[in-house]
Design a protein around this ligand. Structure first.
Ligand SMILES: NC(=O)c1ccc[n+]([C@@H]2O[C@H](COP(=O)([O-])OP(=O)(O)OC[C@H]3O[C@@H](n4cnc5c(N)ncnc54)[C@H](OP(=O)(O)O)[C@@H]3O)[C@@H](O)[C@H]2O)c1
Length: 250
């Protein structure tokens, strides 16, 4: 029996991509999963259905995390569902990759409100519910681009760097009761980069540049998140775990 059995975990962005794989992984490990989504209710409902089919509990909760009040209300609803949260995973996020001269006010605002403030407000609103757990943990989602530069999409890279420092700052502030860690995926095939992985030239470029010679899949990120939430990681906090086929070595 997994030590996450019966744990109540909120996964933001659980309707698609990396968050979806994490929600399914945790459900399979026996966790009760609050599956958050923004607008794709049918996708979230499908994730809930699959978790319930595996014998765990799940329910979907919606909010635009770029809206402070909506994010806080969603987290409260998820926390009140079972009266506590033992884990929070913040996978909701967007990607824009414009060049410097093309970054408009809206790109900037949306990126920071969704990725940075959305992550921060989610953890902030979850804190009272995490305090009710005797083994609480948070996992944020950064990117290899949080610490390695690429041409284009500077606001995304800055947002991920902010999430990494948020992870360290909150790990210190919330110790010893709540552990806070992050995963930093490399190139993972999801909707967020569909135009990239469906472009044969870009697909090949990423595979060539990755020491393990291929793109990753969301299911290859999820087990590390399960580990960071589990008892096996009881003495791990403030770390940024790269899951990137070695591309950060470049
Ligand atoms: N894929 C990669 O290569 C990669 C690499 C490094 C890091 N990451 C990070 O991993 C995280 C997940 O990305 P992904 O690849 O899984 O992307 P994805 O497949 O596009 O999924 C994005 C998820 O975030 C939700 N979301 C987006 N904007 C939101 C908002 N304003 N409010 C609430 N929810 C919102 C979406 O909800 P709906 O389904 O309802 O729209 C969806 O569940 C992101 O933080 C991303 O930066 C991805």
């Amino acid at each position: 029996m997994s030590d996450l059995a019966g744990h109540v975990v909120l996964v933001t962005g659980g309707s698609r991509g990396i968050g979806r794989a994490i929600a399914l992984e945790l459900g399979a490990a026996g966790a009760t999963v609050a599956v958050h989504y923004r607008s794709r209710a049918a996708d979230a409902a499908e994730v809930v259905r699959r978790i319930v089919e595996q014998g765990s509990e799940a329910r979907s909760f919606s909010a635009n995390v770029a809206n402070r009040a909506e994010a806080a209300a969603m987290v409260r609803a998820a926390g009140e569902w079972k009266g506590r949260l033992d884990g929070v995973v913040t996978s909701a996020g967007i990607y824009h990759g414009p060049a410097l001269e093309e970054v408009g006010a809206e790109d900037w605002e949306e990126m920071f409100r969704t990725d940075v403030e959305g992550t921060f407000r989610t953890v902030q609103a979850a804190r009272p519910f995490l305090d009710r757990s005797d083994r609480a943990a948070v996992v944020t989602v950064s990117s290899v681009l949080g610490s390695h530069a690429a041409v284009g999409g500077a606001p995304y890279q800055m947002a991920k760097a902010a999430i990494e420092q948020m992870t360290r700052a909150l790990a210190l502030e919330l110790a010893p009761r709540i552990r806070v860690n992050s995963v930093a995926p490399g190139f993972i095939r999801t909707d967020i980069n569909r135009t990239g992985h469906e472009d044969p030239a870009f697909h090949a470029l990423v595979a060539r540049s990755t020491p393990l010679k291929r793109w990753g899949d969301p299911e290859e990120v999820a087990p590390s998140v399960r580990f960071l939430l589990s008892r096996e990681a009881d003495w791990v906090t403030g770390t940024i775990l790269g899951i990137d086929g070695g591309i950060a070595l470049r």
